[in-house]
Design a protein around this ligand. Structure first.
Ligand code: ADP
Ligand code: MG
Length: 743
């Protein structure tokens, strides 16, 4: 549906009627304008018809001159009385004034820069229709630089339909206003769209089956496109201009629904296809029992969410098809414990598993945790950039021999020499920190051809995410994954007391509170955002954090040791500082947001975040997850700049009220849009031209349900009414969304 969807058959340059006809063949366009359109991505008639108005004007009624009001936009039908040129003394130029009447009063039209020769068209007695914003000057109405429609009959009861206002683009209706394209004025665009609709509207092909349209009460593609450009008044519910501008009319819904439907269909089809691929089966020969056994030996009981997750994963592993699952749950919800337990099922039956983490600190922490939790009963190994050549060689040997193990590591895992004998289970922690390609390379290492059956086998794969994402986004960006959610935290964690601090004077109190905590032996994080995103790698962030670390140390907490962590440091340097903080050799850690997501220092009970207004709620929530990890009550202070608006402050207050990452994610999405979760690049490439996952989420859910149903009832689109959809998916549609696969 986006106008970018081009078919490959570009050969039809003849001006036969087709929506792929080059735009220059539309009446009024031609080669010069055609080139301008093309530079804006409008190449075909179809693209042009999908170039939508940015606003509308109500020109359904002509105002009488005597009713004209200051500052109000009006359309009025008038007769020319005469033309004046008012000389401007200084410049030698003149103002063109055209005086008109409609029997109720006199209206003056003015041009400060009149188009050349225009005055000759205003013969006395000529009927014109004038649109513009009224100014009352010395008690008399005037319009500067009005839009003029020529030679119309002013009587509304005209009998010749060709002359009636409703067959004209510019008056007598709600008229579209287009974003000017490089000097092509809105009025000309309106005329061009009008012509394009007359000649080419019928070339737009309907892809949606009638049954779906009728089920949702949606108009056909052609009538939707027509109504978006030139809305017809009438019916029992006239589409108001406000609704049109807000994409909130049946015509808009139809296009929104179609976009979502096609997208959801493709994503689901992709998922079904993956589900038909082959994978080795694990669990039935002692694997599931091993998981159960380890679960019972854990020093804690799993939460309900963890239990469900383990069960879902084990069920997946027992199927002869690859698992493609995402576990989302807040930091500390115990995702890692779940994956360890499930890896045990594969290892117990002689398989290999791997867990890739985004940083050395995290990989090491996972490795140490696994050792602690399972007391050597889970065979784990570690590979990071730090591993020595001797360690690597020994490890490669074990992998090649097919030793059943869980190999935990960093990016080092996807380097060339790492070869598994039978990798069957691939886990990616903090999956958004890896590129599609990196994830693919790791999975590729688990791909093999079964020597007995000759079948191609995929590894089972599991991604972890500590940023819960709202369901709408999960349906779009993770549409090809099955999602498990862990919604509760392990018991014994008391919620982090959170306060938004806006006033300068309150700061002192907060500092005193922090001091009191430090005196009882606790530790604190101070977080500073990047000053500007564009300076992410630059000097500014370093300076800001460094300057602040220095200031906090010197002015506020001279009695404590302070460490500084930032993105410019080498990994060893960062790890060394973290280690010192962990050992309580440093009591305060000043950091940019590089503080690792999973970093675990239970004695740290304070996190103070500067310029909290610059962060997304989900990000703040993640940062807050750094504390509240031990038995002591923890605190989170969100310092907002004093000039912070009320709206921003109340946004931050969501964090005072809740610890539910899913609720916070929903709020974040409402407020900041998909970019808050996907990073602006990925969000910008959400493939929707009309649809908006926040504004139109009801349509997303409907389209999802319909796509599921269609894939079930007519999986290969054999039914005649599905033929247009099949054609679309076999050509443009199939290609368009290829990039979106996450697995
Ligand atoms: P996540 O990866 O989701 O951030 P982890 O798996 O690292 O969380 O778990 C955080 C901490 O909580 C770890 O120290 C882990 O051992 C512990 N933990 C996990 N599950 C439970 C549980 N059910 N009860 C108590 N502690 C748990
Ligand atoms: Mg984790």
């Amino acid at each position: 549906m986006p106008p970018k969807a081009k078919s490959d058959t570009k050969s039809s340059t003849s001006a036969t009627n087709s929506s792929e006809t080059p735009v220059q063949f539309v009446k009024g366009v031609g080669p010069r304008l055609g080139a301008i359109f093309k530079s804006r991505g409008i190449e075909t008639v179809r693209d042009l018809l999908f170039f939508f108005p940015r606003a509308y004007e109500d020109r359904t009624r002509f105002a009488a001159i005597r009713d004209l009001q200051e500052g109000v936009q009006a359309t009025t039908a008038v007769r020319v009385i005469g033309v004046n040129k008012i000389p401007l003394r200084a410049s030698g130029r003149s103002i063109l004034e055209v005086r008109c009447t409609d029997e109720t009063g006199i209206l003056s039209l003015k041009w400060f820069h009149a188009p050349r020769g225009i005055e000759n068209r205003f013969k006395a007695g000529t009927q014109i229709i004038v649109t513009g914003t009224v100014k009352i000057f010395r008690g008399k109405p005037e319009i500067a630089h009005p839009e003029i429609t020529w030679g119309l009959s002013t009587s509304t009861d005209t009998t010749t339909p060709d002359e009636s206002a409703s067959s004209m683009p510019h008056v007598g209706r709600i008229v579209p206003v287009y974003t000017e394209i490089e000097g092509v004025p809105s009025r000309l665009l309106r005329k061009i769209l009008w012509e394009a609709l007359q000649k080419f509207l019928t070339t737009l092909e309907e892809d949606l089956p009638t049954s779906l349209r009728e089920a949702h009460g949606l108009p056909s593609l052609q009538s939707a496109i027509r109504a978006i450009h030139f809305p017809e008044e009438g019916g029992d519910k006239p589409e108001t201009i406000a609704a049109l501008v807000a994409f909130n009319s049946p015509s808009h819904w139809r296009l929104i629904y179609e976009e979502f439907f096609k997208f959801e269909y493709l994503v689901l089809r992709q998922r079904l296809r993956m589900e038909k691929e082959h994978a080795r089966v694990w669990g039935k020969n002692g694997g599931a029992a091993a998981t159960l056994d380890l679960t019972q030996k854990l020093p804690f009981a799993l939460t309900k969410g963890q239990n469900t997750c383990v069960r879902e994963i084990l069920e997946d592993l027992e199927k002869p098809h690859p698992m493609n699952r995402l576990i989302q749950g807040d930091v500390g919800s115990g995702k890692t414990a779940v994956v360890f337990l499930c890896a045990a099922a594969v290892i117990a039956e002689g398989g290999q598993a791997t867990l890739m983490a985004p940083t050395e600190i995290l990989a090491e922490q996972h490795y140490i945790n696994a050792g602690k939790l399972f007391d050597g009963k889970l065979n784990v190994a570690l590979l990071t950039g730090k591993s020595t050549t001797a360690e690597r060689n020994a490890l490669f040997d074990r992998l090649a021999r097919g030793e059943p193990l869980l190999l935990i590591g960093t990016h080092a895992l996807i380097e060339d020499p790492v070869v598994f004998k039978n990798l069957s289970f691939v886990i990616i922690d903090e999956q958004h920190r890896f590129g599609v390609e990196q994830r693919r390379i790791l999975r590729q290492k688990g791909f093999r051809v079964d020597p007995e059956t000759g079948l191609k086998q995929f590894p089972h794969s599991l991604s972890l995410s500590a940023t819960p994402i709202p369901r709408t986004l999960a349906l779009t960006v993770y549409g090809d994954l099955t999602v498990s959610s862990i919604r509760e935290m392990p018991p014994g964690r008391s919620p982090v007391i959170t306060k938004v601090v806006r006033e300068k004077k309150d700061r002192t109190d907060v500092y005193e509170h922090i001091r009191a905590q430090l005196q009882t032996g606790r530790q604190a994080y101070f977080i500073f955002p990047l000053i500007h995103e564009s300076e992410a790698e630059g000097f500014t962030q370093l300076k800001a954090a460094a300057v602040e670390a220095e200031r906090i140390g010197r002015e506020i907490f001279p009695e404590y040791k302070i460490g500084l962590l930032h993105g410019q440091q080498k990994n060893e340097e960062k790890a060394a500082i973290m280690a010192r903080f962990k050992k309580n050799e440093l009591q305060i850690l000043v950091s940019t947001t590089v503080v690792e997501v999973g970093v675990d220092v239970p004695n740290a009970t304070i996190i103070a975040i500067e310029h909290a207004e610059r962060f997304g709620l989900s990000q703040l929530h993640q940062l807050r997850g750094r504390v509240g990890r031990g038995q002591h009550q923890s605190f989170c202070y969100l310092f907002a700049a004093t000039r912070t608006t009320e709206a921003t402050a109340s946004r931050l207050e969501v964090l005072e009220e809740t610890h539910d990452g899913f609720r916070i994610a929903e709020a974040d999405l409402e407020i900041r849009g998909p970019g808050a979760f996907l990073g602006t690049r990925q969000a910008g490439s959400l493939p929707f031209f009309m649809a908006d996952v926040v504004r139109d989420k009801e349509w997303l859910f409907k389209s999802r349900d319909d796509a599921v149903k269609m894939l079930k009832e007519d999986p290969s689109l054999e039914r005649p009414e599905h033929a247009p959809l099949k054609r679309y998916f076999d050509t443009d549609g199939g290609k368009q969304f290829a990039w979106l696969k996450t697995s």
